[in-house]
Design a protein. Structure first.
Length: 187
């Protein structure tokens, strides 16, 4: 997630590792999916986890694998996209997957510039993170997040759902892993 302060990006690389509880605690039957693609692999935690559940491919611009050059199809796309490119990631994902989950700010829904786009691309469901995630491992920002779901197959129940908050152990481990991942990118 890209967080900005008065138009200045606080993380120049736009790399924000996703705490694992954010996707592992989703109440979704993952056995329904045959394949997955992770468009922004980052440090690999989402794609590595998905690969334990189903055949998984990934894109990662820092590895020369541009998602917008990926033209295959897959059953599932699950990612935390760069906020500044989220709409492009959603559009490309919808063209190549049966089910798409994107981790976005809840206030992503409210934008006059996306009004017409939202009317044509309404999500089928939302999974709200009741606890704000820490993408840095050093605390949360003042923003609420949800997984936006577009499901062409009706495998995920429509409506608004709530992600189970992390246990203390999950949060502590994720904080440590997020700090390590950010430190590795900075060095």
């Amino acid at each position: 997630m890209s967080r900005q302060k008065q138009g200045v990006r606080l993380n120049a690389t736009d790399f924000y590792p996703t705490p694992s509880w954010c996707y592992k605690n989703l109440d979704i039957d993952w056995s329904q999916f045959e394949s997955a693609h992770e468009p922004c692999r980052g440090d690999g935690r989402i794609s590595d986890w998905l690969s334990t559940l189903m055949p998984t491919t990934y894109s990662e611009i820092r590895e020369g694998k541009d998602f917008f050059e990926w033209q295959d199809s897959t059953d599932l796309i699950l990612t935390n996209p760069p906020f500044s490119l989220a709409q492009s990631f959603i559009d490309h994902s919808l063209a190549h997957a049966n089910t798409v989950l994107m981790l976005l700010r809840i206030n992503y829904l409210g934008s006059i510039s996306r009004h017409d786009w939202w009317k044509q691309n309404s999500p089928t469901s939302l999974f709200v993170l009741s606890k704000r995630p820490s993408f840095t491992g050093k605390g949360t920002d003042a923003t609420d997040y949800a997984w936006y779901v577009w499901d062409k197959t009706d495998r995920i129940a429509p409506g608004v759902h709530f992600v189970t908050p992390p246990t203390r152990n999950q949060a502590a481990q994720d904080n440590r892993l997020c700090q390590e991942a950010l430190n590795a990118v900075e060095t």
